[in-house]
Design a protein around this ligand. Structure first.
Ligand code: TRP
Length: 338
């Protein structure tokens, strides 16, 4: 491969991207896609989606929406390799080979599995594994295959995923020990400077709390949702604390430092919540308008999205196909005669 640092991350195709996803993951990844000292691999983890979602239409729709989002926001597909996991069959092939060097005990410690077991125990269920599929149990192995397939150096993820990157390192180390130094040991990148946005109810914006603001909601419902963001009951004219305000936190994640400082002063002067909501809506709407239009245009032409993903898969397979051949040979699966 090249001397560039390989940065890889996956997005599970089960939901609709929201403002929190944008600020925490999508925006930094798109910015990195324009840097020429990195080679980014960004992919739609559609096989991962099957672990949590058995609604085929939802998986398809989410794949479409996530791909359209990244393209509409200006992902540089000339530099970044943007593909669908399922278009690169070497990944699932590698997952099997890796599963043969992965200790079951390591997977027993994976937190998604442990959480499912704990939920069963807490509800008095006799079988601790009730409702646990092998997909859920093996999830970290598929994720390791995603990462090791392209010998990624850096993997930007949320804090909840750190354990999986550590497991990928363990698995890579085990494989290298048995079969030779084939895999780079990946590192998690947790960016401290990207903001965590609060959602409608003030808790962290997350699909699991059902408090999200979809990134490309059309203007009217978007405005309506912003107006629903929870505030305290301080009256207009009473000074307010920007640092505990959800509205301020979201504004700050989009605005320049000067604009943010100006709004901070308005809080000290006792800006009304109604006015602040209007300011936030106008600002976000202006900021997202052009990308939103591109997004809806893309949703109308899924053929363009499909084409971009297929091109990405071709590029991905230029790496994965020869590498997989090497891996297969290293474990003894190779032609018996020339
Ligand atoms: N499991 C990750 C998540 O839920 C998504 C993902 C799948 C991923 N494969 C990956 C992230 C490989 C980084 C690298 O967020």
């Amino acid at each position: 491969m090249s001397s560039k640092s390989i940065v890889l991350t996956g997005i599970t195709t089960t939901g609709t991207p929201h403002l929190g996803n944008y600020v925490g993951a999508i925006r930094p990844a798109i910015e990195a896609s324009r840097r020429h000292d990195v080679l980014p691999f960004y992919f739609l983890a559609d096989y991962h989606a099957l672990i949590k979602c058995q609604d085929p239409e939802r998986v398809r729709q989410s794949t479409l929406e996530i791909a359209a989002t990244w393209l509409a926001l200006g992902l540089d597909t000339g530099n970044a390799v943007f593909y669908r996991q399922s278009d690169v069959p070497e990944i699932t092939e590698l997952a099997w080979i890796l599963s043969c060097v992965t200790a079951k005990g390591l997977m027993n410690r994976a937190h998604a599995y442990k959480a499912a077991v704990q939920a069963n125990e807490e509800s008095g269920e006799a079988d601790p594994d009730k409702g646990v599929t092998m997909g859920l149990f093996n999830y970290p192995i598929l994720m390791a295959a995603d990462i090791l397939m392209f010998n990624a150096h850096k993997v930007p993820v949320g804090k909840d995923q750190i354990q999986h990157i550590e497991m990928a390192r363990d698995i890579a180390g085990r494989f290298n020990h048995l079969y030779g130094e084939h895999f780079v040991l990946p590192e998690a990148v947790i960016s401290e400077d990207t903001a965590t946005l609060a959602g409608l109810d003030g808790r962290k914006m997350s699909k699991s709390y059902d408090n999200t603001i979809p990134l490309f909601l059309p203007e009217k419902p978007f405005r309506k949702l912003i107006m629903k963001i929870k505030t305290d009951s301080l009256e207009p004219g009473v000074p307010k604390d920007p640092d505990t305000s959800t509205l301020f936190g979201i504004y700050k994640a989009f605005a320049t430092p000067e604009e943010t400082a100006a709004i901070r002063r308005r809080y000290e002067e006792g800006i009304s919540w109604g006015e602040m909501k209007n300011i936030l809506f106008e600002y976000l709407n202006e900021h997202l308008k052009a990308a939103r239009e591109r997004y809806y245009a893309l949703l109308e032409s899924p053929d363009k999205i499909e084409e971009a993903l297929r091109e990405g898969a071709v590029k991905a397979r230029e790496y994965s196909a020869p590498f997989m051949k090497k891996i297969r040979a290293s474990v003894g699966i190779r032609a018996l005669a020339p």
